[in-house]
Design a protein around this ligand. Structure first.
Ligand code: CUA
Length: 321
């Protein structure tokens, strides 16, 4: 159910968000009410029964059975309400509908990749159809990450050596933020993706177009697309600016100093090695933090990325997206 945003969260845009928000608001307002009641009464009693030297002042009875029953029974009822309500919502969030599309999510330092049953693979962009349940089967290649889409009110840890599962059904088309919400190292704040919710027709078209991506475009264009969609852009600039990794600008054909003091010519084979086995030869001045793209990029895609990097060696073709 769609709900409006608050200072805590953006508008809810999944089937579960209305329920999550209602429960959250109930707990929040009940807590504020009880807090005020306790603080205001405490303040009043401190004043009312302050130490006085008036002789003969009495301080009333030492207990009140009706009051004590009230402040035991009312909070107990409140807690039972929260438990039953929370448990029912929790079950809904855990039990995946049978007709859900299953997408494999992999977290690694520092990006997300998504594998579709149709063989399509994307990085940092999850494309899903609207009004369809989507099951996410998630695991991590290294440390603990956490998959969080505020608009859908879902958050689930992504662990190495174990699968975790979550699901959602988006109720309106649009683009939503995806965050890693578990501190996972220096690149944690850059582990940001998008969830693109499209109509079922557009989803089908997208799957088809992505499954045969190189059709009708040049390798350089295809490489430029992959540079963005496979998240190279997160660490490597194409305009010479400094980042987590070396820039691609005017790099092809140059001699590069390696961390071990050797020198390497940036050619096709060095680029290929750096994509598949990034820590084999690391450029001096950079940390060996790049993840391997083994199994993520197909040969054709590596070829296109190399063609793209090659195209950046000249000023005229410098292409900053
Ligand atoms: Cu992955 Cu934080």
């Amino acid at each position: 159910m769609d709900t409006t945003g608050t200072i805590f969260l953006p508008p809810g845009q999944s089937t579960i968000s209305g329920e999550v928000d209602a429960l959250f608001n109930f707990i929040l307002f009940a807590s504020i009410l009880l807090f005020l009641l306790v603080v205001i009464l405490s303040g009043y009693f401190v004043f009312r029964y302050r130490r006085r030297t008036v002789p003969g002042t009495t301080y009333g009875k030492d207990h009140n059975v009706k009051l004590e029953i009230a402040w035991t029974v009312i909070p107990t009822i409140l807690i039972i309400i929260v438990f039953i309500w929370g448990f029912r919502t929790f079950l809904k969030m855990r039990v995946v509908p049978k007709d859900a599309i299953e997408i494999k999510v992999t977290g690694q330092k520092w990006f997300w990749s998504f594998d579709y049953p149709e063989g399509v693979n994307t990085v940092n962009e999850l494309v899903v159809p609207v009004d369809k349940p989507v099951k996410l089967l998630m695991s991590s290649k290294d440390v603990i990450h956490s998959f969080f889409v505020p608009n859908f009110r879902i958050k689930m840890d992504v662990l190495p050596n174990r699968y975790s599962i979550t699901w959602f059904e988006a109720t309106s088309a649009g683009e939503y933020n995806l965050f890693c919400t578990e501190f996972c190292g220096t690149g944690h704040s850059e582990m940001i993706g998008r969830v693109k919710v499209v109509s079922e027709k557009e989803y089908g078209e997208w799957l088809e177009a992505t499954a045969i991506p190189a059709e009708g475009i040049s390798p350089v264009e295809y490489g430029a697309r992959l540079y963005q969609s496979k998240a190279c852009i997160t660490c490597h600039s194409v305009d010479g600016s400094l980042n987590t990794g070396p820039t691609f600008y005017k790099k092809f054909g140059e001699q590069e100093m390696m961390a071990d003091g050797s020198s390497v010519k940036v050619d096709e084979n060095y680029l290929r090695e750096s994509i598949l086995n990034p820590n084999a030869r690391v450029v001096a001045g950079y940390a060996p933090v790049m993840p391997t793209y083994q199994g993520i990029l197909k040969d054709r895609e590596i070829d296109a990325l190399i063609a793209f990097i090659k195209s950046l060696k000249e000023d005229t073709t410098a292409n900053d997206e």
